[in-house]
Design a protein around this ligand. Sequence first.
Ligand code: PLP
Length: 378
Amino acid sequence: MTTAQAGSAATAALNTEQRAFNFSAGPGVIPEEVIRIVQQDLWSLFGSGIGALEHSHRGKEFDRVLEEAEADCRRVGNIPDNYRVLFLQGGATTQCYQVPMAFLPEGGTADYFETGKWASDSINQAGLYGKAHIAGSSKATNFDRIPDDADIRYSDNPTYVHFTSNNTIMGTEWHRMPPTPPGDAWFVCDASSDIYSRPIDVTKYGFLYAGGQKNLGPAGTVLVIVRDDVLERQVRKLPWMLDYKLQAAKESRYNTPPTFGIYLMGQVFKWIERQGGLKAIEKYNKEKAQVLYDAIDATPFYTPHARLHDRSLMNITFKTPSDELDKKFSAEAEAEGMFNMGGHRSIGGMRASMYNAFPIAGAQALAQFLKDFAQKNG
Ligand SMILES: *Cc1c(COP(=O)(O)O)cnc(C)c1O
């Protein structure tokens, strides 16, 4: 077989191989339709004879990729004109420090909700630049909930209020906005694991960020949506790459931007629109989650981690009666084509993640498995 023949044989296999149900918490599932388009565009983008990974970031093809990605992102999220859309690098974890570095004055305070590992990481990193006041916490109950309004205490004069809209590891989600912050503080939201999983009112936020690998496609690339007046409030001189205002002025391409990440996110925005937009996506996500929660609630064999009304639509966390059965659950699920359900080491148990692109057939297959496994092992 020549190299070329081996190559096309591999491509044929790639295109026909059965795909598993991937319940991974991140990187998560990418829509199959998008993967097909990407396969084509990697070969040649817009009929240029040059693939999506190979175009200059200053060339007209990439101009179009970037323009469309931003325009589609804006249309999908109904983002007003007084917000900038940035495509940055370093994952959501970079935002943990980049936000306080840019906005938190020395000696200043920002308020944070301690609702899980990622929220705690943000609190830790804010401490490098100022004071992080904990406005609400669910640490005492191992992050099984979102704090109730009655238990929330803002500091007197926070610069901003940060919250994690979906706690990926714990399986809890804010189904409301936190109470209005005092003074002219604005909301900063880590929406990494539920961005564009439901309609969003961007006008309620000053700053939103999301790592790509859960609902938007690629790891590494971060979507930032920031209000113009917030951009003006950077409090210190920042390295070029971390300067939001500079990145906004340079359309996210101060240096060579993550061209493939931007291209792929752009394709995912187009896919969301083809599904009918965020309302349709939300409806589908609710249906999927309900299928699983119903199966979990149907038997005392399973213990859900999250408090009922704080349950996440994206990450569904539960335990079987023992660690041994958890392991058995994972192994047997894998044998049936359902992968990546081991819970994070901080809470153990099981976690089934079902982001936008995850098919309802996977939820139904897992629901049946949940029922059978409980019957056999209960
Ligand atoms: C996955 C995740 C992160 C970390 O993202 P990286 O891209 O790995 O830095 C941060 N916050 C939340 C809510 C997440 O789900």
